[in-house]
Design a protein. Structure first.
Length: 86
């Protein structure tokens, strides 16, 4: 799904991709993601909360070390993000 930087410039299209999947399981393959910013992280959190409400899955897979460092610096891991809680 996404690739490169998930930053402010990518936020609108990323949000649209996730919104199109409401009611479905959302598996984000981060293999080609090099960076994640706060706005796209918030978008993921909203999608995870929506998935929880709809009793569907939200999961991030193949998260690289640099992206994992960025997530943890903002207080998340792929697992806690999937839970949809802060």
């Amino acid at each position: 799904m996404p690739e490169g930087k998930l930053d402010v410039a990518a936020a609108v299209s990323f949000h649209s991709e996730l919104t199109a999947r409401i009611g479905q399981d959302v598996i984000i393959d981060c293999e080609k993601v090099t960076q994640i910013g706060a706005l796209c992280l918030q978008t993921c959190l909203a999608a995870a909360r929506e998935a929880r409400r709809n009793q569907t899955r939200f999961k991030m897979i193949n998260v690289s070390d640099p992206v994992l460092v960025q997530l943890t610096s903002m207080g998340f891991t792929p697992e806690t993000l999937a839970e949809g809680t802060t």
